[in-house]
Design a protein around this ligand. Structure first.
Ligand code: NAD
Ligand code: UD1
Length: 307
């Protein structure tokens, strides 16, 4: 039985991973400052789970959390691109210094395997219909994207210099239950489905023709479990997406079909730094991992809407 540290484990993706790890008989530590995560996302009465409330920007605390672990899944970060545009200094502490602290703590305590949540945001803008592969030029347009790209470089440095074994995933847009819809910074699907259910007006930033490659959280967790269990991991980062572009207007149409009707939709100016089109070439993912059966967008939306 292994002991896995999940930073950001009280959040959306992290809490689903924690459930899967516990179900697989692993012991789990979670380090989360509850800035977005919630205690009630976690089965705190499970004796195989240890919850540490605190910040990944606190190097000493990270070192304590890492000591004695077999592997780390580093998910703690401010997940909102827009939050990083509004407050680059605060998000840098979580999104970059946090990663550096995890690397140092792992070096100190001889822990090698780390699964890291990088992002499609590092590619910046590419043309409509273009499937972005991992070698596409990097063009981080926001502090969020710059911190993710810098984190990747640091993980690679610690791999070469100190023997870390990073499995770096560039997630495209992950959606599913427990994605917190309560902030304007929340993921678009969580906001749209909640507002559609409550009959509240929906705001679209821009014309709604921007596209995203949406990936269901349960499918992602299968990949994260594979990365933790693999004997060896390839050092190169891997895109996580389906090579499918869905526009916000198409997304709204799906939600409208499932709900029977849509509330009023208002268009506001596009957000600064917002990426227009994002679609993954997932050839490398398919070569290195067993692809899960895809949860179709409509099924994932139906689950979110409780249908
Ligand atoms: P989330 O906000 O639900 O989870 C992030 C968790 O990290 C939260 O529980 C939050 O409280 C915690 N956290 C934030 N700052 C922290 C800090 N300084 N110290 C300790 N804990 C901290 O978001 P999520 O969607 O589950 O994202 C998980 C990871 O995946 C993030 O690194 C995010 O950047 C990355 N990612 C997410 C997506 C997506 O579409 N959701 C796509 C690409 C990458
Ligand atoms: C998302 C993730 C980010 C990840 C990236 C990878 C969140 C909050 N963000 O960023 O962590 O790294 O994918 O691709 O999980 N929008 C509206 N109305 C709203 C909310 C959003 O029109 O009420 C628009 C946005 O302007 C954007 C699109 O929806 O064009 C998607 O926004 P969002 O869900 O915040 O995701 P990304 O910025 O793509």
């Amino acid at each position: 039985m292994a002991e896995i540290l999940v930073t950001g484990g009280a959040g959306f993706i992290g809490s689903h991973l924690v459930d899967a790890l516990l179900a697989a008989g692993q012991r789990v530590r979670v380090l989360d400052n509850l800035s977005m995560g919630k205690r009630n996302n976690l089965p705190l009465d499970n004796p195989a789970l240890q919850f540490i409330e605190g910040d990944v920007a606190d190097a000493q605390l990270v070192a304590q959390a890492v000591a004695g672990c077999d592997a780390v899944v580093h998910l703690a970060a401010v997940a909102s691109v827009q939050a990083s545009v509004d407050d680059p200094v605060a998000t840098h502490q979580s999104n970059f210094i946090g990663t550096l602290n995890v690397c140092e703590a792992m070096r100190l305590h001889g822990v090698r395997r780390v699964v890291y949540a990088s992002s499609a945001a590092i590619y910046g803008n590419n043309g409509e219909g273009v499937a972005i592969d991992e070698d596409t030029a990097k063009s981080p347009l926001t502090p969020y994207a710059a911190d993710k790209l810098a984190s990747e470089h640091y993980l690679d440095f610690y791999r070469r210099q100190h023997g870390l074994e990073p499995a770096v995933f560039r997630f495209f847009n992950i959606f599913g239950p427990r994605q917190d819809p309560s902030s304007p910074y929340s993921g678009v699907i969580s906001i749209f489905t909640q507002r559609a259910q409550q009959g509240l007006p929906i705001s679209v930033f821009g014309d709604g023709e921007q596209t995203r490659d949406f990936f269901y959280v349960g499918d992602l967790v299968e990949l994260l479990m594979q990365a933790l269990g693999a004997g060896q991991v390839e050092p190169l980062p891997v895109n996580v997406g389906w090579n499918q572009a869905v526009s916000l207007n198409q997304l709204l149409a799906e939600i409208g079909t499932l709900c029977g009707a849509l509330p009023q939709v208002t268009h506001l100016p596009a957000r600064a730094g917002d990426i227009r089109h994002s679609r993954a070439d997932n050839t490398r993912l398919q070569a290195q991992y067993q692809l899960p059966a895809q949860t179709p967008l409509r099924d994932g939306l139906a689950r979110l809407l409780g249908l």
